[in-house]
Design a protein around this ligand. Structure first.
Ligand code: NAD
Length: 432
């Protein structure tokens, strides 16, 4: 359990010495603050700050033009003290080792906060899915699955969707893995299509959870939801569903964005219409007309009550944090705020619901999907949704309580809660 092995070949990924936007360094800085507050012992500290296993593979894929292209694929298993490792797979040109290491560690903390019996992992492939055909993406996904077939496993490591992957990719993984193992194994991934062992409620689970955490926070902050304005960055799975739930419960979503642009409408954007537009427009908002085009930076600094960054890391930085006006930030994305920005936001009295708490609804319903696959018995959507809501509210209240007790921001409180839980499991299991 306490081993750390670099497999297959050395990383060529850039790992800057000290970079305020390096997600792994940010994770360590946050971890350090919490570890110090709880007096985490040296042994647990050393084990938990490093990933247990790091896999790096080269994936030769035949492209549609008949030539081979070699892609770099990662899987990082941060910790398995509380159960098999769990975490999504990301396709993006920006994927690199330190990003995946940070995302894997955040999964360990997130599962502890959501109180589900998993450790943390993350995977990714450095590629540009927007420039690849469906057939190329399928071959790439199958090559990655084959390379990781001894890493993945129902009781070992269970992937899920992340940026630019979804039910389609999960179905390819089930198929490839099942062929390689000679047995139909839907429980090897979550986030599958419903007709292939997916769970009701999984597609919407993360955004629904982000919304539930938002409601819990606005009650504490005494923000009136019917008068509240929100800006949502990112309009993929997490951002669009977060915006949809906010809008359908009376919060006026005045700005949305994706990588093709940002749109502002002070009267409120019709989110259902925006989702329909995106769905019929190759998955992007480009050309959307219900609002005026603004810059990505403008969206982040709008005078709103709730800002929900639901796209990528490092969107709120030291350089723009002082311009943020929203009193509440809900991190749908993983790592959208740098440590430097956090200091400024704390000084300004802005409440941040951290990623490892706010977006835990996704992995919670992934856990439900996995248990359903193991039982072979499936639950109706209302039951899954209400369990997700309960779990999110419980997690929020637990972290809120720790924040009050230690007089720390919610992010540090979330780390404290998670570290105590994971280190307890680690110590009970012992080591060699
Ligand atoms: P997605 O691929 O479905 O959507 C990503 C969205 O972000 C797209 O709309 C894309 O256009 C947009 N985007 C990319 N770069 C942008 C930029 N510079 N400015 C504005 N928008 C930009 O991915 P997702 O699944 O929605 O994941 C989004 C974030 O949420 C990631 O950080 C991911 O790790 C996190 N997350 C996802 C899940 C899940 O269940 N999908 C669960 C937990 C956390």
């Amino acid at each position: 359990m306490l081993t750390s092995d670099i497999k297959l070949k050395k990383s060529t990924a850039k790992t800057p010495a000290s970079d305020p936007t390096n997600p792994y360094e940010i994770m360590i800085r946050q971890f350090d603050v919490a570890a110090k507050i709880i007096g985490l012992d040296h042994d647990a500290y050393n084990v938990l700050k490093t990933p247990a296993r790091q896999y790096l593979v080269s994936l030769p894929v035949k492209m549609d033009n008949g030539k081979f292209q070699v892609f770099e694929g990662y899987r990082i298993i941060h910790n398995t003290s509380r159960g098999p490792s769990k975490g999504g797979i990301r396709y993006s040109p920006e994927v690199n080792l330190d990003e995946v290491k940070a995302l894997a560690a955040w999964m360990t903390w997130k599962c502890a906060i959501a109180d589900i019996p998993y450790g943390g992992a993350k995977g990714g492939i450095t590629c540009d899915p927007f420039k690849m055909s469906e057939n190329e993406l399928e071959r790439l996904t199958r090559a990655y699955t084959a390379a990781m077939s001894d890493v993945f496993g129902v009781d070992k490591d269970i992937p899920a969707p992340d940026v630019s992957t979804g039910p389609r990719e999960m179905a390819w993984i089930v198929d490839e893995y099942s062929k390689l193992k000679g047995a139909f194994t839907p429980g090897v991934v979550t986030g599958k299509p419903l007709h292939l062992g997916g769970s009701e409620g999984r597609l919407e689970a993360t955004g629904r959870g982000v919304y539930t955490a938002t409601v819990a926070a606005i009650k504490k902050l005494k923000i009136n939801p019917v008068k509240a304005l929100a800006a949502v960055q990112g309009f993929g799975n997490v951002g669009s569903i977060t915006a949809k739930h906010m809008a359908s419960h009376g919060i006026r979503v005045v700005a949305i964005s994706d990588h093709t642009g940002a749109w502002y409408n002070p009267k409120g954007i019709n989110i259902e219409r925006a989702i329909d537009y995106r769905t019929g427009n190759h998955g992007v908002l480009k050309g959307f007309s219900d609002g005026k085009l603004i810059s990505q930076e403008e969206l982040l600094t709008l005078d709103v009550d709730i800002l929900a960054p639901c796209a990528l890391e490092n969107q709120i930085r030291r350089s723009n944090a002082s311009e943020i006006k929203a009193p509440l930030i809900v991190e749908g994305a993983n790592g959208p705020t740098t440590s430097g920005a956090d200091e400024i936001l704390n000084e300004k009295g802005i409440t941040v619901i951290p990623d490892i708490l706010a977006n835990g609804g996704g992995v919670t319903v992934s856990y439900f999907e996995w248990t359903q696959n193991r039982f072979g018995y499936y639950y109706p959507e209302d039951e899954i949704n209400s369990r997700n809501d309960r779990s999110m509210n419980r997690a929020f209240n637990n972290v809120w309580k720790v924040a009050q007790q230690h007089k720390v921001p919610l992010r540090i409180a979330a780390y404290i809660f998670a570290l105590e839980k994971v280190s307890k499991a680690l110590k009970s299991r012992g080591g060699y």
